[in-house]
Write a protein that binds this ligand. Structure first.
Ligand SMILES: Cc1cc2nc3c(=O)[nH]c(=O)nc-3n(C[C@H](O)[C@H](O)[C@H](O)COP(=O)(O)OP(=O)(O)OC[C@H]3O[C@@H](n4cnc5c(N)ncnc54)[C@H](O)[C@@H]3O)c2cc1C
Length: 353
């Protein structure tokens, strides 16, 4: 079949690669440059999403854990295992037994993973690894496995695999309208007709449907997440509770510096996707709570917009699941994590028939 794909983020690229491997003729349209939107503004984690267990997203966590391992095998030069520590303090909202139970389940859902299982640490062991971490009230912690990637470089590597499989990629070409009959119109008025169309435009997927007078049974909830890059080497990767609202945030090693994120702020598409002063101070406060003696120097910030399926008032409780919606020759993808992009592509390859 001749298939048109709209969106050159990780989900669009994985769909293109997968469909080309199956023998389809694939044309991908990207409005800007490949991998220039949400997919290069992630926390760089290939993960099952430990915190999604609190929302009982067992199917998604199992799929994401298997995909985490698959990425590490598929592209070991750009995706590596990462050990994270979750310290437990006297005042932690999540008690030690809850973390132990969650990690037991996490390892179980990972199946026959090649990554080491979770392990309990004493307070002394936690501090020995990182003497700058706040020791007051520290009761111990747990370390567990996930993966880390260079999201931009890994996405471009997928694009290269897709090209080699025969995908034709057109950058700087915006699709302004599509139809259920497989027709797309570009911003400069060119019209192309495909046997199937995949709308995988991330946060913009629903707006494209609306601009084309098409409905969807799913609504997107657009939630910005910001990160800071601190000029300091990071001795240990952490999953931490923010002191005020007890949300989970990450402190991660990133290219010799420290990556701190993220936030959850609803926004619309007509506003710039950038880290606000409030998010910057929220993240700095959270970081300083755990590293009171370190002086942070913020060298960069970045932000992305999560295309979540609308499901809850509190964005941190919103589902991270994705959905496919087919009408005529058009398949629209709504939601989707970086980690699960190949599994999503596999489902899209079945939805086109
Ligand atoms: C702050 C943050 C942290 C995250 N951290 C992680 C993480 O650590 N691990 C993880 O697994 N997931 C993470 N995610 C989720 C993950 O990054 C996203 O779900 C994923 O990148 C979405 O990819 P996508 O291809 O659907 O969207 P995008 O990457 O946004 O790609 C959509 C593309 O479509 C293009 N486009 C839009 N409209 C048109 C049009 N009309 N015509 C042509 N092209 C168009 C856009 O330019 C864009 O390039 C995070 C998300 C955020 C926001």
């Amino acid at each position: 079949m001749d298939i048109g794909i709209i969106g050159g983020g990780i989900n669009g690229l994985c769909c293109a690669w997968q469909l080309a491997k199956q023998g389809h003729q694939v044309q991908l349209y990207e409005r800007d440059a490949l991998m220039s939107a949400t997919s290069c503004a992630s926390s760089k984690l290939l993960h099952g999403g430990l915190r999604y267990l609190e929302n009982r997203e067992f199917r998604l966590v199992r799929e994401a854990l298997r995909e985490r391992d698959a990425w590490i095998k598929r592209a070991p030069h750009l995706a590596q295992p990462l050990r994270l520590v979750m310290p437990i303090y006297q005042k932690s909202r999540r008690p030690g037994w809850m973390i132990a139970l969650g990690l037991f389940l996490y390892d179980h859902l990972a199946g026959k993973s090649q990554l080491p299982k979770a392990k309990r640490l004493t307070a002394q062991e936690v501090i020995r690894r990182d003497p700058l971490l706040k020791s007051e009230g520290l009761q111990g912690g747990y370390e567990f496995s996930d993966g880390q990637m260079d999201d931009h470089a890994l996405g471009l590597w997928v694009a290269e695999q897709a090209r080699q499989a025969g995908v034709s990629i057109t950058e700087h070409t915006e699709i302004v309208e599509l139809t259920q009959d497989g027709k797309v119109t570009t911003a400069n008025g060119a019209v192309h007709v495909h046997d199937r169309l995949i709308n995988v435009a991330g946060p913009w997927a629903q707006r494209l449907l609306q601009a084309s007078a098409l409905d969807s049974p799913y609504q997107l909830d657009l939630v910005r997440g910001s990160h800071l890059i601190l000029q300091a080497p990071c001795k240990q990767a952490y999953l931490l509770e923010a002191p005020n609202d007890r949300r989970i945030f990450f402190v991660l090693p990133w290219q010799g510096n420290t990556l701190v994120g993220t936030t959850e702020v609803r926004q619309t598409l007509n506003k710039p996707i950038a880290c606000s002063p409030e998010e910057r101070s929220y993240l700095l406060n959270a970081w300083s709570h755990y590293f009171p003696d370190a002086l942070p120097n913020v060298i960069d910030t970045f932000a992305g917009l999560r295309p979540l399926l609308r499901s809850a008032e509190d964005p941190s409780k919103a589902t991270r699941e994705y959905a496919l919606h087919r009408t005529g020759k058009l398949v629209t993808v709504l939601g989707g994590k970086w980690t699960t992009s190949m599994a999503l592509a596999d489902k899209v390859s079945h939805a086109i028939y």
